[in-house]
Unconditional design. Structure first.
Lengths: 254, 142
């Protein structure tokens, strides 16, 4: 059933088949966070590109969960891949304590597999989102200002605070010297935001050089919002523990 | 003489209103301190669904946002009863849940329903309702 199994720290990385990457390879991560932009966007990306599910991550730290898709047993954190892309995707919400041990292990895994870059897709709460006509995608990178991202239309996130798994991802990747970028598209904080996911995906497609037509995502937006209610509710419950409101603030010293 | 009675009853009515307010306040305080065990909420799978909502305190006003995707135009009903706000909203068309999982066959969602406890009692002349992108924004001025 499994091709390989490897423990990194207290996390078990399982691979269902042998898979190798072509250079340069990018790892994209999608966790439940602001407006579910990451999970909506990454889930659509996986379906649209028809990526293969090649592995998963499990741990005694997680609740006893098995994901079943099309009758096949899968792991709580799922790994998809194509030649130059890897995807780490989960709909599980993690406590800050689990995030702080999981994210470093994911960065280690990216290094072991030979990924050249990690990209996180998520949202950044926009106070007047309801009236916003044009949504901006910002980026924060472990490398500072990045021409590739600017050319793709992302604007540097100059001042602010990030809270949650993507903040940890950036810090850990910087420490371990793997280029990592987080794309932050303006979105609702506590409502699923497929429109923001589509804007973020459009920028991502330019960065990785893979065309992604987001038309279908926009067409299905209302149904996705309806379907994602329970996941959004669970995710919002973690926001208060994380102090996510702080993201609205701007640091005093700039 | 009648003026005397008018004044007397007016004062009496005022005292009664104050008394009623005091009693209500005491009862609310009392219930706040009673530890009622929370019932366990399970995911509701029925013909109505509870929408997502958030309440924000903006100082001079409370703003409630309710996410109502796939709602039919003109089919949102907002009612107030004291400090409780009731939302009823019909979907554009009923959604068969077996499209998400075979286990839900025979279940169709037709509308949103929710009762939201507000931090203050809204006054009709100080309440504004706006609907945009399937999101209802209700502003209640303090």
């Amino acid at each position: 059933m499994f091709y390989s199994e490897e423990w990194i720290g207290n996390f078990r990385f399982v691979e269902y088949k042998e898979w190798n990457l072509e250079k340069p390879a990018t790892l994209i991560v999608g966790f439940p966070d602001t407006g579910l932009v990451g999970v909506i966007g990454v889930s659509y990306l996986v379906s649209k590109l028809g990526l293969d599910e090649v592995g998963g991550i499990d741990s005694p730290h997680f609740p006893p969960i098995a994901v079943i898709q099309n009758g096949i047993l899968r792991h709580p954190i799922r790994i998809f891949s194509s030649k130059k892309l890897g995807i780490i995707y989960t709909e599980l919400t993690f406590t800050p304590e689990i995030s702080s041990i999981l994210i470093p292990v994911i960065v280690d895994y990216a290094r072991i597999k030979g990924f050249d870059m990690i990209i996180g897709l998520t949202g950044i709460a926009k106070p007047n989102r309801l009236d916003a006509v044009e949504l901006i995608t910002y980026y924060v990178s472990s490398l500072g200002r990045v021409e590739l991202l600017e050319k793709a239309g992302a604007k540097i996130f100059e001042n602010g605070i990030l809270i949650g798994p993507y903040a940890l991802l950036l810090k850990e990747a910087m420490r371990k010297r793997i280029p990592a970028h987080v794309l932050l598209t303006e979105s609702f904080l506590e409502f699923p935001d497929p429109e923001a996911a589509a804007v973020g995906l459009t920028t991502l497609s330019k960065i990785i050089g893979v065309e992604i037509d987001v038309g279908e995502l926009l067409q299905q937006a209302e149904m996705i919002r309806l379907r994602a209610r329970d996941l959004m509710r669970r995710t919002s419950q973690t926001f208060s523990r994380l102090g996510k409101d702080l993201e609205y603030s701007v640091p005093l010293h700039m | 003489m009648s003026e005397f009675f008018d004044e007397f009853f007016e004062k009496l009515e005022k005292r009664l209103r104050m008394l009623e307010r005091d009693i209500m306040r005491s009862v609310e305080e009392l219930f706040k301190n009673i530890n009622i065990p929370e019932y366990r909420r399970t995911l509701e799978i029925s013909e109505t669904v509870e929408p997502l909502y958030t309440i924000k305190d903006l100082g001079d006003r409370i703003v409630v946002y309710i996410d109502l995707p796939y709602v039919a135009e003109g089919a949102i009903d907002v009612k107030f009863e004291g400090r409780t706000m009731y939302i009823y909203a019909k979907l554009k068309e009923s959604v068969k849940l077996d499209r998400f999982s075979r286990r839900f066959r025979g279940l169709e969602v037709q509308e949103y329903r929710v009762a939201i406890e507000l931090p203050l009692e809204p006054k009709p002349d100080k309440t504004k309702i706006r609907i945009r992108k399937g999101i209802v924004e209700i502003t209640i001025y303090k």
